[in-house]
Write a protein that binds this ligand. Sequence first.
Ligand code: ZN
Length: 188
Amino acid sequence: MRGDSPGQARPVVVVGDPVLHNPTEPVTAFDDELAGLLEDMFATMYVAEGVGLAATQVGVSRSVFVYDCHDDDDVRHKGHLINPRIVATAGPEQRIEEGCLSVPGPYATLGRPFSATVSGQDKQGNPIEVTGTGLFARCLLHETEHLAGTLYIDHLNRRKRSRVLQAIEPFPWNGPLPQVSTSELIDG
Ligand SMILES: [Zn+2]
C-alpha cells in the first residue's frame, strides 16, 4: 500500500449507480464531518490502489476529491480539492490508457491534454489552485469530471464503451457488482 490514512475504507460504488451519473452538491460546510469524509476517501483510495478518488465513488454526492499521483516529471502530488473547477488545459494531447475504480474492467485509450489547472478550495475553505502534467493532469480532469456526473467511459464511442462494460468484474476488495444489464448501461 502506498499510503496510510486514519480513515475507514468504504465500498466503491460501481457504474450504473445514479450517484455516479449526476452532478454533485457544492460543499458549503468546512467542518469535522468533511475532514472525516476526506480521511475515509484517502483510506479507500489506498485500499483500492487508485491515484484519485471522487466522493461520488463512495456514494456521497458532494463536490470533493482526493489524489496521490505522480506527474510527468515523476514528482508525487498528494492532496484534496473541494468544489473543483477546470480553469485551464494545455496540449499536446496524450493518448494513453485510462481506467476507473468505479468501472472495474479493462482500461481504454483516451486522449487528454498534457497539462491541466483546477481551482477549488481546501478543507478549511481557503481558495487553492493545482496544476498537473501527464498522469496527474489526467487525474485532475478525471476526478473533476466525476463530480459533474461524467465517467471516462462517457468519452468513448459506443463500441469501445460497450467493450469495457461487458468485461467488468468486481474487485476482490469490493462488494459484488450491482444487477444492471449492460444494455441499460449503454443506453443510459
Ligand atoms: Zn474514476
